[in-house]
Design a protein around this ligand. Structure first.
Ligand SMILES: [Fe+2]
Ligand SMILES: [Fe+2]
Length: 144
């Protein structure tokens, strides 16, 4: 394990943390912005995601500190759509991007000798894939 590999891992985990904060904000604000007949279901769905993303943020924060890093407190820029569909499409793209980032992070964790972390990151990837699949299913034949 080189110090450089650990530093790259910490920087990557901070990028992930900023994206998790972004996801919490998007799901929280997006839930309230849902409109029309499908508002109750979509609001409930977005609200349900908040705890998952918050849990990821907490896990990342804990790991960054344990690795000797300083956790970011800044979210990545939050994009808000102007319709239910746009909110869902933004969330879907964010989940896809997040999965790609975590796959990269698994490689960095391996390079830094953090074997346990690779396993935990794969659990997080499984969560994000479920989020992605749910949003994809909602967007099929989407009418509201
Ligand atoms: Fe997440
Ligand atoms: Fe997610």
């Amino acid at each position: 394990m080189s110090d450089q590999a650990t530093q790259e891992l910490i920087d990557g985990l901070n990028e992930d943390l900023a994206a998790e904060f972004q996801a919490v904000i998007h799901y929280l604000v997006g839930a309230e912005m849902m409109t029309g007949a499908s508002r109750p279901e979509l609001k409930e769905f977005f609200e349900g995601e908040i705890q998952d993303e918050l849990g990821h943020a907490q896990f990342l924060t804990s790991k960054i500190v344990a690795l000797g890093g300083e956790p970011t407190t800044e979210p990545a820029d939050v994009e808000l759509g102007s319709s239910n569909r746009e909110q869902l499409e933004i969330a879907l793209q964010a989940e896809k991007d997040t999965i790609q980032r975590y796959k990269q992070r698994v490689k960095q964790a391996e390079a830094a000798g953090e074997t346990g972390l690779t396993v935990r990151l794969e659990d997080v990837i499984a969560d994000e894939e479920e989020h992605r699949d749910e949003i994809r299913m909602i967007l099929e034949d989407f009418a509201g």
